[in-house]
Design a protein around this ligand. Structure first.
Ligand SMILES: *Cc1c(COP(=O)(O)O)cnc(C)c1O
Length: 356
């Protein structure tokens, strides 16, 4: 392609590749960790109300109502909350705010694959820490205090969680740098670090509305941390776009947080389905990592993941396959409804029989 007009900044970048959203036919879609349940009914009501009246006006650039609702839910003050257009945006702003040439981003080799893209794009150095053979994170290697540690907890795509005690050890060992904990999947069974915020001023917790609150299509994410970290994120945001969240997203997100009963119910249903699915996959000869997320990471004892991925796709079941060293014999399978997971396991059973 002719890149004559491209800035030097982007000439050589390798952008992140999102999971596919195919349009050719209807799939059982278990590839991008979306929630199988619709958002709370209160979300539709809130959005309809906004659509009918206020869209002519700019949204609140401070997102005060949503911040207040989140602060109440998490037992914090609104000054400890930042909201953005999906947590990918919050993460991008965090890389800009807390890493640079002298302050590297420190993260595992097996984790959310957007981190190295941000690092590259923003001219941050990255120190990559290989996970252990069993995919757990070597804590001792995060105690070196030379940069901004970025962790997904529970980790993706493995689903393995760190305990609160482990997160606290990392915070204590890195008082001179921010520690970013991306809790995209925390509501499905992990131990959130939010309760450490008042004790560790270097802690930034990032969460999303896309997974546990069924709002991937709306684009809303948030960060929780001490005021100075939040002020840094606001400085970045207000240097790029003051209105990252539109009125519908603000209303939807607020309604989703307010409906606590619906949130707890759907999260616990997904956690339950994850446990039954894990059992069934093991019966079919899969090695399944212990997951605290809304997906499982699984490898078959006999049939390569690449083949299973392709055959499942042909059969109308979409999962995620990463053609990358160390994980190229694994499938990442999002937890759907019980009915969807029955289709998955039945289809796998047939495929495994034909692969004898
Ligand atoms: C899904 C995901 C995100 C992004 O969420 P959005 O809010 O939809 O941008 C961030 N981090 C991890 C680890 C994720 O899996």
């Amino acid at each position: 392609m002719n890149k004559q007009y491209w800035s030097r900044r982007i000439a050589d970048i390798e952008p992140y590749i999102p999971g596919e959203q195919p349009k050719d036919k209807k799939y059982v879609k278990l590839n991008t960790n979306e929630n199988p349940y619709p958002p709370s009914p209160r979300v539709a009501e809130a959005v309809a109300k906004v659509a009918a009246s206020d869209l002519r006006l700019y949204p609140d650039p401070d997102c005060a109502a949503l911040k207040k609702t989140l602060a109440e839910f998490y037992g914090l003050r609104p000054e400890q909350v930042f909201v953005g257009n999906g947590s990918d945006e919050v993460l991008a702003f965090s890389f800009l705010a807390f890493t640079d040439e002298d302050t590297p981003a420190v993260f595992p080799d097996i984790t959310y694959s957007f981190y190295p893209v941000y690092g590259e794009f923003f001219g941050t150095n990255c120190r990559i820490v290989p996970v252990r053979e069993d995919f757990t994170i070597p804590l001792e290697q995060l105690m070196k205090n030379d940069g901004t540690v970025v962790l997904t907890n529970p980790n993706a795509p493995t689903g393995i969680g760190l305990s609160l005690d482990e997160v606290e050890q990392i915070l204590r060992a890195n008082p001179d740098h921010a520690v970013i904990v991306d809790e995209a999947y925390i509501d499905f069974g992990g131990e959130s670090a939010v309760k450490l915020i008042d004790r560790y001023e270097n802690l930034l917790v990032i969460q999303t509305f896309s997974k546990s609150r069924s709002l991937a299509g709306m684009r809303a994410g948030f960060a929780l941390g001490n005021e100075s970290l939040i002020a840094a994120l606001n400085a970045v945001k207000n240097s790029v776009n003051s209105y990252t969240l539109d009125r519908m997203a603000l209303a939807a997100a607020q309604a989703a947080v307010e409906d606590r009963a619906y949130f707890y119910d759907t999260c616990s249903r997904i956690a339950k389905t994850r446990e039954t699915t894990t059992g069934k996959l093991r019966e079919l000869g899969f090695f399944v990592l212990p997951s605290q997320a809304n997906f499982v990471f699984a490898s078959h004892e006999r049939v390569p993941a690449r083949i299973l991925f392709r055959r499942l796709r042909e059969e109308g079941v979409l999962v995620r396959y990463f053609d990358k060293p160390r994980i190229d014999d694994f499938l990442r399978i999002t937890i759907g409804t019980d009915a969807e997971m029955e289709i998955l396991t039945a289809t796998l059973k047939r495929i495994l029989e034909e692969q004898r």
